[in-house]
Ligand binder design. Structure first.
Ligand code: NAP
Length: 250
């Protein structure tokens, strides 16, 4: 049985892309530790509503918000809705992301623009929209990727570019928010078993071959690092890109 601390009682969180995968694990973890958690989704409405119901059934507070990270106004409205519903915003987790693969000859500039909008621009927009609500001790956490440091495969240039951009952005944001005592950090997961990277994919043995620990990560293992960064225990950590990758970058 896992025993959870209650580090986030009285805190309000917003997690983008919380309906599935790593985002859903972060939503559950923050809620288990006492936060009221709003989260966005763009397509998986049934999964989003089920997650909100599960958390309520366990005595937690959660709110599913339909908001497409490709649309600037949707992100801004998600921040406003969170504050209107729960009364504040203390922890912003920029998790929503998509994976588009293809070599430079195959992958279109339009597809690159779409992926950039979701993986990169949305993170900036959310930080900008949240800025006026965040206070001393609050947190911004973004989910980048080891792909920002190591492409690993042919066909990863566009995705790797978006994740490298997160590392640069959070260093700048960390300085922008430092004077107000708000920390900004980046989590770089390695290959993690989700719909984005299914454990039964035909290529998965090749992926696992790049992971010294010899397995995929779980969404809960990434959520643990998010919970640490969101907690008071990480009060002196800012501008950092931390990996949870089974040694992929070692
Ligand atoms: N899995 C890995 O191996 C891995 C490794 C490194 C980094 N990451 C990063 O971790 C994050 C989560 O990935 P995951 O593996 O959990 O992926 P996933 O299982 O595909 O889940 C993606 C989540 O993002 C949401 N999302 C996608 N497009 C969206 C949009 N336009 N607007 C709002 N929400 C959107 C999805 O919601 P809807 O379905 O409702 O749209 C879903 O909740 C991503 O940033 C990804 O790049 C993943």
């Amino acid at each position: 049985m896992t025993v959870y601390a209650h580090r986030f009682t009285g805190k309000i969180a917003l997690v983008t892309g919380g309906s599935r995968g790593i985002g859903a694990a972060i939503v559950r973890r923050l809620a288990k530790e006492g936060a009221a958690v709003a989260f966005t989704y763009s397509a998986a409405a049934d999964q989003a509503q089920a997650l909100a119901r599960d958390i309520a059934a366990e005595g937690g507070r959660a709110l599913a918000i339909k908001a497409d990270s490709k649309v600037i106004q949707d992100i801004e409205q998600a921040v406003v809705t969170t504050v209107e519903h729960f009364g504040a915003l203390n922890i912003l987790v920029n998790n929503a992301g998509v994976l588009g693969m293809g070599t430079v000859d195959e992958f279109s500039v339009e597809a690159l623009d779409d992926m950039y909008a979701i993986n990169v621009r949305a993170t900036y927009v959310a930080a900008k929209a949240a800025s006026g609500y965040l206070k001393r001790g609050d947190r911004i956490i973004s989910i980048g990727s080891v792909s920002g440091q190591r492409a690993g495969f042919a066909g990863a240039s566009a995705y790797s570019m978006t994740k490298a951009a997160i590392g640069g952005m959070i260093r700048g944001l960390a300085l922008d928010f430092a004077a107000r005592g708000i920390t900004v950090n980046n989590i770089q997961p390695g290959p993690t078993a989700t719909d984005m990277n299914p454990a039964d994919a035909p290529y998965i043995d090749q992926v696992i071959g790049l992971v010294p620990l010899g397995r995929l990560g779980t969404p809960d293992e990434i959520a643990s690092l998010a919970a640490y960064l969101a907690s008071d225990e990480a009060s002196f950590v800012t501008g950092a890109s931390l990996t949870a990758d089974g040694g992929f970058l070692a």
